[in-house]
Write a protein that binds this ligand. Structure first.
Ligand SMILES: *Cc1c(COP(=O)(O)O)cnc(C)c1O
Length: 461
């Protein structure tokens, strides 16, 4: 399997190089040459344990790691989860809930980043190379990435997060890690600002090369790949073999793009259901073709407080019939006019795949309350956006999967406000109470980040 860039400037590269490149060198995102079709094999995959299913799916996209080594990497990645099913699926009154949050940082990003951390270690060891990871986070990616690579040799990680805009637990998780290869920076700006800085530094090819930069953002193909697995796993847990609605709380379009890939591979998905919070550009896009940028507003679900969904580029590439020229034209329209205009034909195609809803704070609170009343279960605000979207759209409970993207103890304030009590803390969150923190404030500028990285990473370049 070879990989190429959505923008047409990179092609024919192998899996390990795609992982190391992160953002493609032409500024685009990497995609596999083909999506293997598993539609004829579903029954033989149905009863596999999660790590085995992961191997069956991931191995079809990898031809430059020996199969036994790949199997080991995958087993190691999911052995850190606190439930031996890895992704337990629970029946609720209004849907099936697939719990993606049983990894070390209690949010769904562990599913991909435990795997990516192990991949980096494997590739570094094989190539005897150094790697300095740089990433932006709206909260959960940072902690999950840090836990993916903490303590690993020849690898450091520097994480930018928007100062004051991540939850207390998220900040504690990121800043309480004592490992010497971990650096965190509180940037005076939004998540989008952090992401722009990261994109700019990766676009500075001299700096990228000099610093051995690597990415963990959801732009890394390996993350999408790892996430494809749980769409299959969750569908196999449904009572019927009918096509399902897959409901995804969405910010950066990474998780839901993995669902789009799963559908391309033959998984019976009726619709991908995109749920946003009040930062609803993706909902406006799907519901009315209005893809215009607005200010980011803070909500109960900070990991979805995003306007520029960087993974959307991968989908747009397919929407434009795999035509890099059309894609690039749309992206420059976005840059100059802060919007992309879509034709009726394009919107019809979008709506064949997706339906959507935007869920504001009040509606997410209602969903938390309703699920607790109906099912005696506590969900957190990101998950609540999805559950509320399913409810509002009247989706059939028997064939609807809502992805639960974080443990409620990661976002306890909203739960307490709505239900009047704090969610139980799992062991890995309870132990953070009173932990020592280490972080540094930074100006909202790429130059500030360049300078601090150059000064701190002298031992690993
Ligand atoms: C990152 C995150 C999301 C959004 O996922 P994307 O792949 O960026 O769309 C939703 N919920 C939680 C808890 C997250 O951490």
């Amino acid at each position: 399997m070879k990989y190429y860039s959505t923008r047409g400037g990179v092609s024919g590269i192998r899996f390990q190089d795609a992982v190391m490149m992160g953002l493609a060198e032409d500024g685009g995102l990497l995609l596999p040459d083909e999506f293997p079709f598993l539609g004829d094999e579903l029954e033989s995959l149905r009863n596999l344990a999660y790590p085995e299913l992961a191997f069956e799916i991931i191995s079809r996209f990898v031809d430059d790691i020996p199969m036994n080594a790949l199997r080991e990497l995958i087993n190691k990645s999911y052995a850190t989860f606190d439930d031996n099913r890895v992704i337990p699926v629970t029946k609720l009154k209004s849907c099936y809930l697939a719990e993606l949050y049983h990894g070390p940082t209690y949010a769904f990003k562990d599913v991909a980043l435990q795997f990516l951390g192990n991949l980096f270690e494997y590739i570094m060891t094989k190539r005897d190379m150094k790697l300095n990871i740089l990433g932006a986070t709206s909260g959960d990616t940072g902690s999950a990435a840090i836990y993916g690579v903490r303590g690993k040799k020849n690898v450091t990680i520097s994480i930018l997060y928007p100062d004051g805009r991540v939850s207390a637990v998220q900040e504690l998780q990121m800043t309480s890690v004592g490992d010497k290869n971990v650096f965190t920076y509180a940037v005076d700006g939004t998540f989008d600002d952090c992401q722009y800085i990261v994109k700019e530094l990766f676009g500075d090819l001299d700096f990228k090369k000099q610093m051995h930069l690597g990415a963990v953002n959801s732009i890394n193909w390996a993350r999408i790949l790892a996430q494809i697995v749980y769409y299959f796993y969750a569908w196999f847990r449904l009572p019927s073999k009918e096509a399902a609605y897959m409901v995804v709380p969405t910010g950066n379009f990474g998780n839901i793009f993995a669902g789009y890939c799963a559908k391309k591979m033959g998984l019976p998905i009726e619709k991908l259901v995109l749920a946003t919070n009040a930062n609803n550009i993706l909902h406006r896009f799907i519901a009315s073709g209005d893809y215009s940028l607005r200010e980011v507003v803070g909500t109960h679900s900070p990991s979805m407080d995003i306007q520029v969904a960087s993974n959307l580029e991968r989908y747009l590439y397919f929407l434009y019939g795999q035509n890099s020229g059309l894609l690039k034209r749309a992206l420059s329209e976005l840059k100059s006019e802060n919007r992309i205009n879509f034709s009726d034909v394009e919107m019809k195609k979008v709506r064949e795949e997706f339906i959507s809803a935007d869920v504001d704070n009040a509606a997410s609170e209602k969903a938390i309350k309703r699920v607790h009343d109906e099912d005696k279960l506590v969900i957190e605000p990101h998950t609540a956006c999805g559950v509320e979207a399913a409810y509002r759209l009247g989706l059939p409970a028997e064939r609807t999967i809502c992805f639960s993207t974080a443990h409620p103890a990661k976002f306890p304030d909203v739960v307490q406000k709505v239900l009047g009590f704090l969610p139980d803390k799992p062991a890995g969150i309870a132990k953070l109470d009173g932990a020592a923190r280490r972080t540094e404030k930074l100006k909202n500028s790429a130059d500030a980040v360049r300078a601090v990285m150059k000064s701190k990473l002298t031992n690993n370049i």
